[in-house]
Design a protein around this ligand. Sequence first.
Ligand code: C5P
Length: 231
Amino acid sequence: MSGLRARTPGGVRVFLALDFENLREARAELRRLGGARCGVKVGLELFTAAGPAAVKGFRKDGWRVFLDLKLHDIPRTIERAAAAAAALGADLLTVHAAAGPDGVAAAVAGVKATRTRILAVTVLTSQGGDVGAEAERRAREAVGAGAHGLICSVDEASRIRRAVGPGALIVTPGIRFAEGAVHDQKRVATPDRAGREGSDAMVLGRAVFGAPDPTVALRKAQKLFNMGLKS
Ligand code: C5P
């Protein structure tokens, strides 16, 4: 797997999920992390609370920003929302693959000629069961519709990599340390397994911010991921 890595924005391998109530709290949590080379993920909670200022502010501070809005609507609405996200300077934006090929294509059209790349969410990592075939089907369809990459669990990453080839970005949430709590996630995996299975970048939320020392947890996750990449 090691040779088949897609280029991530800024080459970062970690996006920190800023699932916090407001920008002040998100910034305070980020300050606890010493000099980490990673990007940030602004999701539904922070974007609903803080709005465009969240994306613009982190971009201005030099972070790569993954805007995780998981768009799922009629194509015209998706296209216009994607164009608005691109205007904010988001590096990555999510659309639900379940919005269908027309929905994914609309998101791609909305960000055309901008820096923003579209990732299609295959199946949420909080959903359990045998979702491999469905995740692969949605991944193929989304990439066929022009998606630049995919969000999937580590469980499906290598299968999806084989299905869509080396060019698509594969980003995996649901990351936990072997000894850590799982929370509401179902399909979780360790950082080293994420690296081994063909993930280009991980999303890290509670595994880092819920740790007694987030800096130590982040470094450990990065080290394990890199070990996985090389194995
Ligand atoms: O804290 P934790 O590591 O579980 O956070 C995972 C983050 O990734 C959350 O912000 C969640 O919304 C997001 N995500 C996910 N599963 C997906 C897509 C995004 O958990 N399929």
